[in-house]
Design a protein around this ligand. Structure first.
Ligand SMILES: *Cc1c(COP(=O)(O)O)cnc(C)c1O
Length: 436
C-alpha cells in the first residue's frame, strides 16, 4: 500500500485524535516503573535522551500499597510457581481453578453475603452485574446517581431498561422518582459508596431506607472503599452496618486490594443468575491463579489488620492539613481523597508537568470528561507508605507550582488533625525485617 493510500485510509483516526488535541483533552501517559520495595517511589523514563529517574507517586489507586505487600507478593509468586501464568480458559470451558473458588468464598464472607462472583475487572463487574440483574427484572426502572462511574452507566445502557438519573446524593430527588414509579414496578437503585473524584460519601442509610419503603433493589459500587473502610475492609457499608440491607455489593480487587479483578456479592441465586447469563463472564478467560492468590492474600490480611487503614487515614489527614495550611485549595471531604482544585484544563496539565519535571512528583491531571469543565484538579491519594517527609516536600513543590503558574491560593487554614499514628513504625514489619 502506498503511503498516500495509508494516510487516506487512516484519515478518520488522525482527525479523531487531532480533535482531542484541539480540545486539549488528548491524554499523555508517562512511562513509569513501579517498585514494590520502594513504593511510593518509582522509576520514570522520560524518553528521548533523558536518563530515567526516581519520582514519588502521589496519585496511585493502590491506596494501601497492598500491591507490594510482602504477603501479597509471596502468595502471587508461589501461585505462579505452582500453577503457572494463566488460568487455562473461560470458567465454562476449563478455567475454574481452586484459587478463584477460594477468593469468592473470602469475598462473600467479607460482605456477609451468601455468594460472590469474580470478573476480570471492576469495570466488567459493573457492566455485567447491572445489565444482567436489571434485564432479568420484568420492566425494570433503573435509578442511577448522576455521578455514577462510567462502568455503571455502561451497565445501565447495556441492560436496555428505562433509566432515570437522580441528582448526585440527593435523596429527595430519589424519593420523588421512586414514588412516581409506584410500588409495583421493579426498580434497581444504583450508586457508589465513595465517589472518587470529590471523595464524598453517599447517604447510604437514607438510600436503603427509601429502597425498602418503595420496594426497590439496591446495587452499590464500593470500589473506592473496599479494603479501606469497615473493621474488616468491607467498605462503607460495613462501617455503617448496612451491608445486610443492600442487595448487591460490587467491588474491585485492583485498588485497595492492590491486584486485579472485580466482583459482585449478593444472594446466591442472584449471583447464579449473573454467572449464567452474563456474556462478560461467560466468554472471557478467568483471572490467573497468581493474580487471584495475590488478591486473596490482601483481603485476608486486611480482614485482620487495621494498620494499613489507620496509616492511610492518618496520611490523608496530614496531607490535607499541610496543604490547607499552605493555602493550597483542597476540596474538603470525609475520605482519603485529596482533590486539589485548579479549575482549568491547561493549567492543570501544566501543574502536573511542572511537578514532574521540577520536583520529581507524579500527579496525573484530572480533566474533562473525567470531571466537569471548570473543576479540573490534581487528585492526590496519600497512602500509608507516604511519610511526613514526603508530605513536607509535596507542600513545598505545590507552593512553587502555584506561584510559577500564578494559581490562586486560598486563605490558609489550620484544621484539626486526626489522632496521631506512628505510621512508619507500624507499616510492613515484614518488610523491615527483610531489610535488616
Ligand atoms: C475504577 C472504578 C471501577 C472499575 O474498577 P477496575 O477494577 O479498575 O476495572 C468501577 N467503579 C468505580 C467507581 C471506579 O472508580
Amino acid at each position: 500500500m502506498s503511503m498516500n493510500n495509508k494516510n487516506e485510509r487512516n484519515a478518520p483516526f488522525t482527525k479523531a485524535v487531532q480533535r482531542l488535541k484541539d480540545e486539549r483533552r488528548y491524554r499523555v501517559f508517562i512511562d513509569l516503573e513501579r517498585d514494590a520495595q520502594r513504593f511510593p517511589t518509582a522509576l520514570w523514563r522520560p524518553g528521548g535522551d533523558e536518563k530515567p529517574r526516581d519520582v514519588t507517586i502521589w496519585c496511585s489507586n493502590d491506596y494501601l500499597g497492598m500491591g507490594g505487600h510482602p504477603k501479597v507478593r509471596a502468595a502471587a509468586t508461589a501461585a505462579a510457581d505452582r500453577h503457572g501464568a494463566g488460568a487455562g480458559g473461560t470458567r465454562n470451558i476449563s478455567g475454574t481453578h481452586h484459587r478463584i473458588v477460594e477468593l469468592e468464598g473470602e469475598l462473600a464472607d467479607l460482605h456477609g453475603k451468601e455468594s460472590a462472583l469474580v470478573f476480570t475487572s471492576g469495570w466488567i463487574s459493573n457492566l455485567a452485574g447491572i445489565s444482567i440483574i436489571a434485564s432479568l427484572l420484568p420492566n425494570c426502572l433503573i435509578l442511577s446517581d448522576a455521578l455514577n462511574h462510567n462502568s455503571m452507566i455502561e451497565g445501565v445502557l447495556r441492560s436496555g431498561c428505562e433509566k432515570k438519573v437522580w441528582r448526585h446524593n440527593d435523596v429527595d430527588h430519589l424519593e420523588e422518582l421512586l414514588k412516581a414509579a409506584g410500588p409495583d414496578r421493579a426498580k434497581l437503585v444504583v450508586f457508589e459508596s465513595l465517589y472518587s473524584m470529590d471523595g464524598d460519601i453517599a447517604p447510604i442509610e437514607k438510600i436503603v431506607d427509601l429502597a425498602e419503603r418503595y420496594n426497590a433493589m439496591t446495587y452499590i459500587d464500593e470500589v473506592h472503599a473496599v479494603g479501606m473502610y469497615g473493621a474488616h475492609g468491607g467498605g462503607i457499608s460495613e462501617r455503617e452496618g448496612l451491608a445486610h440491607r443492600i442487595d448487591v455489593i460490587e467491588g474491585t480487587l485492583a485498588k485497595g486490594f492492590g491486584s486485579l479483578g472485580g466482583y459482585i456479592a449478593a444472594d446466591a441465586v442472584i449471583v447464579d443468575a449473573v454467572r449464567s447469563y452474563a456474556p462478560q463472564f461467560i466468554f472471557t478467560t478467568t483471572l490467573p491463579p497468581m493474580v487471584v492468590a495475590g488478591a486473596c492474600a490482601a483481603i485476608r490480611h486486611l480482614k485482620e489488620s487495621n494498620v494499613e487503614r489507620d496509616g492511610h487515614q492518618y496520611m490523608a489527614s496530614v496531607t490535607k492539613h499541610a496543604l490547607q495550611a499552605a493555602g493550597i485549595p483542597v476540596r474538603e471531604n470525609p475520605s482519603h481523597i485529596v482533590p486539589v482544585m485548579v479549575g482549568d484544563a491547561e493549567r492543570c496539565k501544566a501543574a502536573s508537568d511542572l511537578l514532574m519535571r521540577r520536583h520529581d512528583i507524579y500527579i496525573q491531571p484530572i480533566n474533562y470528561p473525567t470531571v466537569a469543565i471548570g473543576t479540573e484538579r490534581l487528585r492526590i491519594t496519600p497512602t500509608p507508605r507516604h511519610t511526613e517527609a514526603h508530605v513536607s516536600y509535596l507542600v513545598e513543590a505545590l507552593v512553587d507550582v502555584w506561584k510559577t503558574l500564578d494559581l490562586p491560593f486560598t486563605t490558609a487554614r489550620i484544621l484539626p488533625l486526626r489522632r496521631r499514628q506512628p505510621v512508619n513504625d507500624c507499616v510492613y514489619p515484614e518488610m523491615k525485617k527483610a531489610a535488616e
